[in-house]
Design a protein around this ligand. Structure first.
Ligand code: BF8
Ligand code: SF4
Length: 630
């Protein structure tokens, strides 16, 4: 293994503690302090049995008061809360996807946004029955973008993307009446159903939760992913680095945070501009370093190799380094705490979206039409701020790992082609991967996704689960903050192959891949759906028969619940390390952990003990292997 060694969670924590000392010096607040103030959490909220959807309440369910004023019981209240949670997540992902469609609609050969992957655009146009012959690629981009935008509100029919699912899956969805219709309709319908005096029957609420999840994963999120690829390029394997050590004390540090690559792509573009680099030098810096936090970081890491400073619960740490000139955010997962925290340092906290406006921030409204100008303004502002740095507060933990990222489905198919054979007829399919799985060289795959959550020791669950899975010859595909946890630890370094069982190690060597594959941001979980759909079609199995499971051990956001619903609805058993506020209803818990299996051939498992969680996943993978006789 040479000098390769994983970074441990203890080392992450030591670095954080050192940064919190700086914070204490300047009177900064921190999530670690706020968690203490907020715990223990309200038991009613935790169990999902608090209802405040009408002004007769709030109603709380207790043994003495088993019904709300309207007569709704715990099952109805938990179910409505669960559906609202899902709707929030689906709306968020899908609105991000919509923004990307608008960016594509505005693409212009002479403008800031261009079509970088015309082949993918043409492929999608053909898939959707849009004429491509003799058409200017930008005219085609506008037509495809408009067609995609109509998916959000079309009055009739179901989502176009669902035709990518195997026929068997499509039939399950049709039979269960959960085929996703217009994206906005499913979100609106979820809010309608969960209004006072509508649905209170768990079965109905769970069914709409799956449908609303599907409009995200096989609708809005898929638009986000596919059209980001068209605009910014389909990811290919690329080397980068991860953890706070990617920030550079000699340079102007700009941290991009959020989700929408329309902003971060432009910031990266201008941080590379010789004119602005010269400007940075003129203020005393050696250059400009852009790094990222959360999913927008995944987006620019996958396409440009921009380093990842950290994941969700590390967002305050980038400011605490005292070396962050600007933290530039777009939408989602941004702590409002960053405003007051930045004020304790010289850092500029720059909000850019009307969707995510926060106190104590500098609001530089970003839009497609003015993207170049605004990105330039932001980079310049960060350079100007370099001189305001307080050297006595600067401390960047010397901690980073190498990572190879960028495993889109297209890239994965390509690299895995090299593994089992060189037959021409298997090129461009998932068959080599299927051969690895059926032969037992790889036992199966786990999609590790989701956030950090202070309820779980940050990153510990992600990293420990991944280590055990790869040691058991189970390949891990990761996205979101789970992917960044892996990258920070070193599990996306190709040398981590030595931590694998013999079979997976061999595959990593032959294909020249790390054992944990970075598939992108959270909207990119749609890539994982496409991958399992292809695996099912190429193997002749149903998705639910594949030895593949999903896992979100440290999740926290509404988006994660929406994801969970579409992953389960796609036929993939999903393992959660945090309860989605359903403990207050045995009926809801029963529907989610078993009842839905009758509709979609998969269900949830909730297990907060990490050791047990990983064993359950391995067990499920082995059961699936036995069931198909491999
Ligand atoms: O969408 S994993 S904390 S950053 S919600 Fe947020 Fe969770 Fe991170 Fe990306 Ni996804
Ligand atoms: Fe109470 Fe029913 Fe109103 Fe909910 S909808 S707050 S349970 S009266």
């Amino acid at each position: 293994m040479g000098d390769f060694k994983l970074t441990t969670v203890e080392e992450f924590e030591a670095a954080t503690n050192r940064l919190l000392e700086t914070g204490a010096k300047v009177g900064a607040d921190a999530w670690q302090i706020r968690v203490k103030n907020q715990t223990p959490h309200c038991k009613f909220g935790e169990q999902g049995i608090c209802c405040r959807i009408c002004a007769m309440g709030p109603c709380r369910i207790t043994p003495k008061a088993p019904k709300g004023i309207c007569g709704c019981d715990a099952h109805g209240i938990v179910g409505r809360n669960y559906l609202k949670f899902t709707a929030g997540g689906a709306a968020t992902h899908s609105d991000h996807g919509r923004e990307i469609c608008h960016t594509l609609y505005a693409a212009d050969p002479n403008g800031a946004y261009k079509v970088k992957d015309p082949d993918k655009l043409i492929r999608i146009a053909k898939e959707w029955g849009i004429e491509t012959e003799n058409k200017d690629i930008y005219d085609l981009a506008h037509e495809v973008a408009e067609t995609a935008l109509l998916e959000y509100g079309k009055p009739f029919g179901t989502q176009r993307w669902i035709k990518r699912a195997p026929e068997h899956t499509q039939k399950l969805w049709k039979d269960a009446e959960i085929e996703p219709r217009a994206i906005d309709r499913e979100v609106a319908c979820a809010l309608h159903m969960s209004h006072m005096g509508c649905s209170s029957k768990p079965e109905a609420l769970v069914r709409q939760s799956l449908r609303t999840g599907l409009c995200d994963g096989w609708g809005g999120s898929m638009c986000g992913t596919e059209f980001s690829d068209v605009l910014f390029g389909t990811p290919k394997p690329i080397d980068t680095e991860a953890n706070l050590g990617v920030m550079n004390a000699d340079n102007v540090n700009i941290v991009v945070h959020g989700h929408d690559p329309s902003l971060s792509e432009m910031i990266c573009e201008y941080a590379d501009d010789p004119e602005l680099i010269a400007y940075a030098k003129s203020v005393g810096a050696k250059g400009i370093t852009v790094s990222g936090v959360c999913c927008t970081s995944n987006e620019v890491a996958m396409r440009r190799g921009i380093p990842m400073a950290g994941n969700f619960l590390q967002q305050e740490n980038v400011v605490l380094t005292g070396a962050c000139e600007a933290i530039v955010v777009d939408v989602q997962c941004i702590f409002p705490a960053l405003g007051p925290l930045s004020k304790c340092f010289h850092t500029k906290f720059i909000t850019t979206s009307p969707i995510a406006q926060m106190p104590d921030s500098e609001y530089i409204r970003f839009s497609v039409g003015t993207a170049a100008e605004k990105a330039k303004q932001i980079v310049k502002l960060a350079c100007d701020n370099f001189q305001n740095r307080k050297p006595e507060l600067v401390y960047i933990p010397d901690m980073k790992q190498k990572s190879t990222v960028g495993y889109s489905v297209e890239a994965l198919v390509k690299v895995l082609d090299g593994v089992t054979n060189t037959q021409v007829d298997v090129t461009g399919t998932t068959k080599p991967l299927i051969e690895c799985i059926t032969s037992g060289v790889i036992r199966g795959a786990v999609a590790m996704v989701g956030c950090n959550n202070p309820k779980i020791r940050p990153d510990y669950a992600h990293i420990e689960l991944m280590k055990k899975l790869i040691a058991n010859d189970i390949v891990v595909v990761a996205s979101g903050c789970a992917a960044q946890a892996a990258a920070k630890a070193g599990l996306m370094d190709k040398r981590a192959k030595d931590l694998c069982g013999a079979g997976l190690k061999r595959v990593c060597e032959l294909a020249d891949i790390p054992p944990v594959l970075h598939m992108g941001s959270c909207v990119d979980i749609s890539r994982m759906m496409i991958l399992v759909a292809e695996l099912a079609k190429d193997s002749g199995l149903n998705i639910s028969q594949l030895p593949v499971v999903g896992c979100a051990p440290e999740w926290m956001s509404e988006k994660a619940v929406s994801i969970g619903n579409y992953v389960v609805a796609t036929g993939i058993d999903t393992f959660l390390g945090v309860d989605p506020y359903v403990a207050g209803s045995d009926q809801m818990a029963q529907w989610l952990t078993s009842g839905v299996r009758d509709w979609v051939e998969a269900a949830y498992t909730v297990e907060t003990d990490i050791e047990k969680l990983v064993d359950l996943m391995i067990e499920r993978i082995e059961e699936k292997r036995t069931a198909i006789g491999i």
